[in-house]
Design a protein around this ligand. Structure first.
Ligand code: SF4
Ligand code: SF4
Length: 422
């Protein structure tokens, strides 16, 4: 079954307008920094409890592993634990007792003369976690940079906010991308209502509909650039890379003010569905954000990293705000929709809503039985754009979105194992 990627379903979820007001969350007394744990579990820690770290310092955590994480706080390491996230992701979680910032000299030197090759190794630490390494990896073959002026989930408005209110940094960031060898177009996508502010960004402006999930990269590739992504392909393979507006503003801040961005914007979706944007030091535990906003959680409540359609539930309020954290959603225990093991009734709702025109009712049967290769070969699993709409509409409350993410993860594990055997 090799079929066209997109169907004609038109989901009708509109984005909310980003609030202008933003609240600054105070620096926490204790921060937590996550450092990717290498696959080889025998790696020894070289960092110790009692060590001091400076803001902007490269964190040498594992013996023989080159550091790519930089500290966003200054202070003393008080604890080192392993944190297991979902889909096999494991981190060293460093708890830092914070003091006033003392900027690392190496980072000061870096921000004085920012360039693609010097910023690239650090870029995943910047707000929005831009991946600048793609420009080197694809050796000048990236010809188009698309800046997302809307966010990749409903209710979240970090990038919408950045595009509207960080205009001078966005302009400087656009200039940075225009100067990269091979880049011919820098496009900023925004809804019509934002045109008056984004018009002066220096980027080519493209108007997009504020309908979820039309702002996801696969749809922008199709609607704006006329390229239908083959299943499993990255946009970079087709010469296009996507960068969040907040990330462009972060690079613009380095270029124009020679300072390192260490805070980011976060949308907090409260129990009543109201949304508030806050500016928070990266590494701040969510609990400190909740305390500052007078939000208390109770047993049975659910905390979701991200928005309502694509977010992931977490099990601890001590998880820190990372460079990639754009939203946190709090749900009352009584409002949590049940997830069930009820069987699929073949109602067809998921097929009608799926914007990638996938046979979701068949796909889910393969996935719930662990038949991942069949899900890929017979139901185009890799064509799924992970919008979450199928889970949202399923009357049997099947966790389809989670099955899909698990299926893709398991397939990637199988492929990695096969490559290592060769
Ligand atoms: S998440 Fe569900 S609705 Fe969205 S593209 Fe994938 S299968 Fe289709
Ligand atoms: S929406 Fe749920 S119950 Fe209906 S066909 Fe899809 S998976 Fe089956």
């Amino acid at each position: 079954m090799k079929r066209s990627f997109f169907g004609s379903a038109t989901p009708a979820f509109k984005y909310a307008v980003s609030p202008h007001k933003i609240e600054d969350i105070p620096m926490p007394e204790q921060a937590m920094l996550f450092v990717d744990q290498p696959k080889n579990r025998d790696r020894k820690y070289v960092i110790k409890i009692g060590d001091t770290v400076k803001t902007g310092q490269k964190l040498n955590v594992f013996d023989g592993v080159e550091a790519t994480t930089i500290s966003t706080v200054t202070g003393t390491v008080t604890d080192i634990q392993t944190y297991r996230s979902d889909y096999g992701q494991t981190y060293a979680a460093l708890t830092i007792k914070t003091v006033n910032d003392d900027m690392d000299e190496a980072i000061v030197a870096l921000t004085q003369a920012p360039a693609l090759n010097t910023l690239s190794p650090y870029s995943s630490n910047l707000p929005g976690a831009p991946n600048l390494s793609v420009f080197e990896q694809y050796a000048s073959a990236i010809h188009t940079v698309v800046i997302n002026g809307l966010d990749d989930d409903l209710l979240v408005s970090v990038n919408q906010w950045a595009a509207q209110y960080l205009t001078s940094n966005i302009k400087a960031g656009v200039g940075f991308f225009k100067d990269i060898p091979g880049v011919k177009r820098v496009i900023l996508t925004a809804p019509e209502r934002m045109l008056s502010v984004v018009n002066s960004s220096g980027a080519e402006i493209s108007v997009i509909e504020e309908i979820y999930p039309k702002v996801l990269p696969a749809f922008i590739m199709r609607d704006l650039l006329g390229t239908v992504l083959p299943a499993g392909d990255t946009t970079e393979k087709h010469g296009v890379t996507f960068i969040k507006a907040e990330a462009v503003a972060a690079i613009g801040q380095i270029v124009s003010t020679k300072t390192l961005p260490i805070s980011k914007v976060l949308t907090v979706v409260k129990r009543d569905g109201s949304c508030q944007n806050v500016r928070v030091r990266m590494g701040t535990p969510l609990k400190s954000v909740f305390d500052a906003l007078n939000i208390t959680t109770q047993t049975g409540d659910r905390i979701i990293l991200g928005g309502p359609m694509r977010g992931t539930a977490i099990y601890s309020e001590n998880i820190p705000v990372l460079a990639t954290t754009d939203g946190v959603t709090i749900q009352n225990a009584s409002d949590i929709p049940r997830v069930s093991t009820d069987p699929c009734t073949n109602c067809g709702e998921c097929i009608r809503v799926c914007p990638a025109d996938m046979p979701v009712n068949v796909l889910v049967r393969y996935l719930e039985n662990g038949l991942y290769q069949e899900a890929k070969d017979l139901c185009d699993l890799l064509s799924c754009v992970e919008c979450g709409l199928c889970s949202y509409v399923c009357p049997s409350k099947m966790p389809i979105f989670q099955y899909i993410k698990l299926g893709k993860y398991e397939l990637s594990q199988i492929e990695t194992a096969e490559e290592q055997d060769e």
